[in-house]
Design a protein around this ligand. Structure first.
Ligand SMILES: [Zn+2]
Length: 403
């Protein structure tokens, strides 16, 4: 299996020569990356190699559960690599075909009426007069973290999510990450895993950062989200077992649904129930200078608002399938996801760059939550919830294997 695993790494690095954002992280031998750049193998040859790898994986077997999980994971990843090569070669996929091929999952479809209930609830909750989106925007403006407070606010949230995570799992002494504030990106935050248990976390400040995003970003990008997931992969799979396939992370692959799903669900694991609202009220809002008297109202609004996230999937599906244009996608996001125009436009740029990747966040979160809760890891049993969550981070999994 080791030889097959190495061929997979070489294949992913070679595809990265045709797609600048494809290789999200790599910390295997530097010479392998240099070789891929020097060779720049054409796509039709890479497609043949992908098919060959698939055939060899189909013929492979594993004796123990560990090996079987590894084999199943590699098969799923290679299926996605082949689909990505086909896509780069010009094959057109519908939104749902693409997410099935790349992420091993298809997002549910919701009609416009599905979002109407949530919007009606918000109509009753958000104060003021006028259009709901404008009222929501005005209400949330009071909870923008001023630029000069972003550093201390993030530091406080990261310290808390790190402290809680370290109570649950021993981490390598050298693990750490740096936070950078950046501009002009199609995403809100990004974890760039460097290898050696280090990450660089970037936070995009093109658009205002609201109070509720602070805990999201600290937990999602840091602990127990991407930084923890990536360092556990390096520690458990690469260092302890020598599984080379985990030294590379192809962005458009099933690993991303697990990564985004666990990172988003991780927010609920580290701040379960009302712990999140309490931390916002006691720590984040005072540091950000937000109005504490409105803390409960803000929390109630944001809880309902979060239910609109699937409206983003509908906009992406229609936009990428070509049934609506960019202006209509922006209008849809403003109407059903209640985004500001600037945020809706940023989201369409994300769709241009990452396409059906959007499903990995909310569908991934739901898949991971259902999986953990079906095994008993409900909010009422936080110890079991942590235990199941950490076990998931430390076993190779495919989305279809969690459903
Ligand atoms: Zn993420």
């Amino acid at each position: 299996m080791q030889a097959i695993a190495e061929r997979y790494v070489h294949l992913v690095l070679a595809v990265g020569q045709h797609d600048a954002v494809y290789v999200d992280a790599y910390y295997g031998p530097p010479a392998w990356r240099d070789d891929a750049a020097a060779a720049r193998v054409p796509l039709d040859v890479l497609l043949e190699r992908g098919h060959g790898l698939r055939a060899d994986l189909d013929a492979e077997s594993a004796a123990d559960a560990d090996g079987q999980a590894r084999l199943a994971f590699l098969r799923g990843q290679v299926r996605a690599v082949v689909a990505r090569i086909e896509q780069l070669s010009g094959r057109r996929f519908s939104f749902d075909e693409e997410s099935a091929a790349l992420y091993d999952a298809v997002a549910p479809t919701h009609p416009e009426s599905y979002f109407a209930d949530t919007i009606a609830q918000l109509e009753a909750l958000v104060p003021g007069n006028g259009a709901l989106a404008d009222r929501l925007d005005r209400f949330r403006q009071q909870f923008i973290v001023p630029a000069h407070r972003l550093g201390p606010v993030f530091d406080a949230a990261i310290a808390e999510s790190r402290r809680q995570t370290r109570e649950r799992i021993a981490l390598p002494a050298s693990e750490r990450f740096e936070v950078e504030f950046v501009r002009d990106k199609p995403w809100g935050g990004y974890n760039w895993y460097q290898g050696g248990y280090r990450s660089v976390i970037q936070v995009n400040t093109d658009l205002p950062v609201h109070v509720d995003r602070v805990v999201d970003l600290a937990a999602h990008e840091g602990y127990p989200g991407h930084h923890l997931f990536n360092l556990l992969i390096e520690q458990r799979f690469v260092q302890e077992r020598g599984w080379m396939e985990f030294t590379v992370y192809p962005l458009f692959s099933p690993e991303s649904l697990i990564a985004e799903g666990t990172a988003n669900f991780g927010i609920e694991v580290v701040f379960p129930g009302d712990a999140r609202a309490r931390f916002n009220r006691d720590v984040v809002m005072p540091l950000a200078g937000a109005p504490l008297a409105l803390a409960d109202d803000y929390d109630a609004v944001m809880l309902v608002f979060a239910q609109l996230s699937y409206a983003g999937n509908e906009a992406a599906r229609a936009y990428l399938d070509g049934t609506i244009d960019r202006a209509a996608a922006v209008a849809w996001l403003m109407q059903y996801a209640l985004m500001s125009q600037a945020r809706a436009e940023q989201r369409t740029r994300f769709m241009d760059a990452y396409r059906s990747y959007v499903i990995n966040y909310n569908l991934g979160q739901d898949i991971v939550r259902r999986y953990v809760e079906a095994l008993g890891g409900t909010p009422e049993r936080p110890d079991l919830r942590w235990q199941l969550f950490l076990a998931l981070l430390q076993s190779p999994r495919l989305p279809s294997g969690l459903q």
